[in-house]
Design a protein around this ligand. Structure first.
Ligand code: PDD
Length: 289
């Protein structure tokens, strides 16, 4: 079955999917996106992702290209037209095509693109043994809560991590506070068993996985503290982990080459991963082991 993508009202062969050279997403990164996982052709936390997409659009005054209901129908149609059972859908919406001028165009239709791909989930070894992260300066703008397609600082940080043989880069502001990862949220666990994670404000993207995992943790009676934490505190933590749509809950066992705790995935982290697997199972029927 050929790979089919959705571009501005048409289902096209992926290789032929294209947008106009004056699309503002292309010229200005004037757009937003979502990445949603599906297993057994069922989406995980679809409502939360759609809610965040609507919020990102509203914050940037980008007109939704269609109703949320219509968008969900396109997503279903794409699942039907592609042969992937598990994977992700990438949705990108830009302010549309217009003559290149910084201010908003007066009359325009937003552009929308959707692409289905296989999810690059962590390898079993990474989950079993944990991953390493490096720290990098957080060079991003002040509205990180918007899932904007303008990702240069994230790209540079992730490339630095890749070059260093690490899974992820943890971004550090000028006060030594770790905000989040280049492509994920993060948390540490202290010796009291408290899960410490940056508050959901303009400094981080409010991750859907983060929100779900915190809800599951709280239902399981675990203590959550939403506050900033420093590099120093992270390096002295008992456990650490990251969360995202494409990494679930992933134990972090080294920060800048320094062991976290005993250097092995922590018990609370693995409990959270198990709870998250159950959450996915309930929504999609997907089993992980
Ligand atoms: N990244 N923070 C940043 C900067 C991110 O890019 C992401 C997700 C997250 C986690 O959000 P969620 O749990 O909703 O996936 C946090 C996606 C997967 C990406 O850019 O591909």
């Amino acid at each position: 079955m050929a790979k089919i993508s959705y571009v501005n009202g048409r289902y096209v062969h992926h290789a032929e999917g294209a947008v106009h050279i004056e699309d503002r997403g292309y010229q200005f990164a004037d757009g937003v996106y979502e990445v949603m996982a599906f297993y057994n052709r069922r989406f995980v936390d679809e409502n939360l992702h759609m809610k965040r997409l609507a919020r990102s659009l509203a914050e940037l005054h980008i007109k939704p290209p269609m109703s949320a209901k219509a968008m969900r129908m396109v997503m279903q149609e794409l699942l039907a037209r592609n042969d992937r059972i598990d994977g992700t859908v990438y949705i990108q919406i830009s302010r549309g095509v217009a003559k290149r001028d910084h201010h908003f165009p007066k009359i325009h239709d937003s552009s929308i693109v959707m692409v289905i791909t296989g999810a690059k989930m962590p390898k079993a070894k990474e989950v079993r043994e944990g991953v390493s992260v490096i720290t990098c300066p957080d060079l991003r703008w002040a509205r990180r809560d918007i899932k904007s397609i303008s990702l240069l600082p994230n790209i540079l940080a992730k490339q630095a991590a890749t070059a260093a043989g690490a899974r992820e880069a943890w971004l550090v502001n000028d006060k030594g506070i770790i905000t989040e990862g280049a492509v994920s949220n993060n948390a540490i666990i202290n010796s009291k068993g408290e899960i410490i994670t940056s508050p959901k404000d303009n400094n981080i993207l409010g991750g859907v996985t983060r929100e779900t995992v915190l809800n599951l943790a709280s239902k399981a009676g675990l203590k959550i503290v939403e506050r900033s934490f420093s590099i120093k505190e992270a390096k002295a933590a008992k456990e650490a982990f990251l969360t995202s749509t494409t990494s679930n809950v992933l134990p972090v066992t080294r920060i800048d080459g320094i062991k976290v705790g005993n250097g092995k995935p922590g018990t609370i982290t693995m409990q959270l991963l198990e709870l998250y697997y159950q959450h996915i199972y309930k929504q999609t029927g997907k089993r992980w082991s």
